[in-house]
Design a protein around this ligand. Structure first.
Ligand code: NAD
Length: 474
């Protein structure tokens, strides 16, 4: 049985308390690894290793830091098949998705920030008889906490800018899907990352969360996960005035107007609802449709959902794998039951697939009021609701009527409408006639309870550095 160990000061090690937890393949229900369940004491050891490494790493030239990150990207690509299979077994996602999306993107994150740091220039303002310049200095030790839905992809999305900017990292991947992130330790060593610059802790977040946030050595916390955990971290961080970046849940609207390219809108709405078993923060889980197109969109979406091939994620051609865990599977099924009690009509799916593994059939539900729990709370599974609207104002009001504000996608061929609606949506990201098209330079993050701060490009490098103004009179 594979042992998933902490990676501290460049060495793999067990936890102080010797406690373990299991990592389960959600498609087979088999235990595939024993994972260290760390404690605060382990966190303190990791923080110390990172603090010891900081003086030297922060003084390492940008060129050298960039080269090491590029080498890490290359080594991830070299191990693509192995990492993709592990991601598939640990998470339940189709192998094809891990191979073409998750692992290539993990490599790209490191490559992107290895290049971005070489382009991150500092500002100067000249006055009469004086000049100001701004130093952007690394913060010190930072905590990077990531979730289970895109395990290596989101872990590297945080650690890459942090390391590129000259910080040392204590990383905490999700305990539900820890294996690929644990392999990153080997990759870091092989790439020549100095010991202690990247430390990786495993186990349940609440056992070490406080140490990872409040320790005086921790200068910033970058978190992606649920709004509930984000709130806890924010509360812990506030009295210590820590910098926080919080990427949290979403209840995103796909808004289909009657003047859209219908085929493209419907097939993308299906992709937005069900990709990665609906377990992407950006998934369009509320599909708002103009009433004149409602019946057509509904019947075509049902057909598409029913056609998705659910099953063994290692098989070629599988489009829907297992959801991540038994607990999450039960949560999704209970959300579907709740929708029924709220008056929802299940149009397709609505139940488990097969009798082994945690598979949920792609599910569409209609007939629910706007204010019900199903239309307000994130389910984070292959479940979307269909809601008709009468006009543009109503569509905007419905889209905005949730505590979340991560993303939205608008479907219209009318350019004026696209601009008008995009401006009025209370979200951090709006797509027009597309979904999840990403340029890594753009600001990424949410409004309201979906996020605090922005990741991506120079936004991330700004977060991981402290500006210092130097004013010289001459
Ligand atoms: P989660 O909040 O349960 O866990 C996320 C991470 O936080 C894990 O590593 C966990 O161990 C850690 N954690 C838990 N309690 C902690 C504590 N008290 N202190 C410190 N760390 C703690 O989230 P999840 O279930 O792993 O992920 C799903 C959620 O993530 C969904 O809500 C989804 O929308 C969100 N998400 C958001 C984005 C985004 O960019 N906005 C991206 C992906 C996922």
């Amino acid at each position: 049985m594979r042992e998933v160990l902490n990676f501290i000061g460049g060495e793999y090690c067990k936890g102080h308390k010797g406690e373990w937890m299991n990592s389960v393949n959600p498609a087979t229900e088999e235990v595939i690894a024993k994972v260290v369940n760390s404690t605060e004491k382990d966190a303190i050891t990791a923080i110390k290793a990172a603090a010891d490494a900081f003086p030297s790493w922060s003084q390492t030239s940008i060129e050298k830091r960039s080269k090491i990150l590029e080498r890490m990207a290359y080594l991830i690509e070299e191990r693509l098949d192995e990492l993709a299979l592990i991601e598939c077994q640990d998470n339940g996602k189709p192998l094809a998705v891990a191979k073409t999306v998750d692992i290539p993107r993990a490599a790209l994150n490191l490559r992107f920030f290895s290049q971005a740091i070489t382009q991150y220039s500092q500002e100067a303002q000249s006055m009469k008889g004086a000049i100001n310049y701004t130093l952007q200095q690394p913060l010190g030790v930072v905590t990077c906490i990531s979730p289970w839905n895109l395990p290596l992809y989101l872990f590297t999305w945080k650690i890459a800018p942090a390391l590129a900017a000259g910080n040392c990292v204590v990383g905490k991947p999700s305990e539900v899907t820890p294996i690929t992130a644990s392999i990153l330790g080997e990759i870091a060593n092989e790439a020549g990352l100095p010991k202690g610059v990247l430390n990786i802790l495993h186990g349940e977040g609440h056992r070490m969360g406080e140490a990872l946030v409040v320790s005086h050595e921790i200068k910033a916390v970058s978190f992606t996960g649920s709004t509930q955990t984000g709130k806890t971290i924010n509360q812990l961080a506030a009295p210590h005035f820590k910098k926080v970046s919080l990427e949290m849940g979403g209840k995103n609207a796909t808004i289909i107007f009657d003047d859209c390219d219908e085929n493209k809108a419907i097939s993308t709405a299906a992709r937005a609802a069900f990709s990665n078993q609906g377990q992407i923060c950006l998934c369009g889980s509320r599909i708002l449709v103009h009433e004149s197109l409602y019946e057509k969109v509904k019947s075509e979406l049902i057909e598409k959902a029913n056609k998705l091939r659910v099953g063994d994620p290692t098989q070629e051609g599988t489009q829907q794998g297992a959801v991540v865990s038994e607990a999450h599977f039960n949560k999704i099924l209970s959300c579907i039951e709740k929708a029924k009690t709220e008056g929802g009509k299940v149009l397709c799916g609505g139940e488990r697939f097969g009798d082994k593994g945690f598979f949920v059939k792609p599910t569409l539900i209609e007939g629910l009021p706007q204010k019900c729990e199903t239309n307000q709370q994130e389910i984070f599974g292959p479940v979307a609701t269909l809601i008709p609207f009468k006009n543009e104002e109503e569509a905007i009001a419905m889209a905005n009527d949730t505590n979340y504000g991560l993303s939205a996608s608008i479907w219209t061929e009318n350019t004026s409408r696209a601009h008008r609606v995009a401006e009025k949506l209370n979200t951090g990201i709006v797509w027009v006639n597309t979904w999840m098209l990403r340029d890594l330079r753009t600001p990424f993050g949410g409004a309201k309870e979906s996020g605090v701060g922005r990741e991506g490009g120079f936004h991330a490098l700004k977060f991981f550095t402290e500006p210092k103004n130097v004013c010289i009179q001459y």
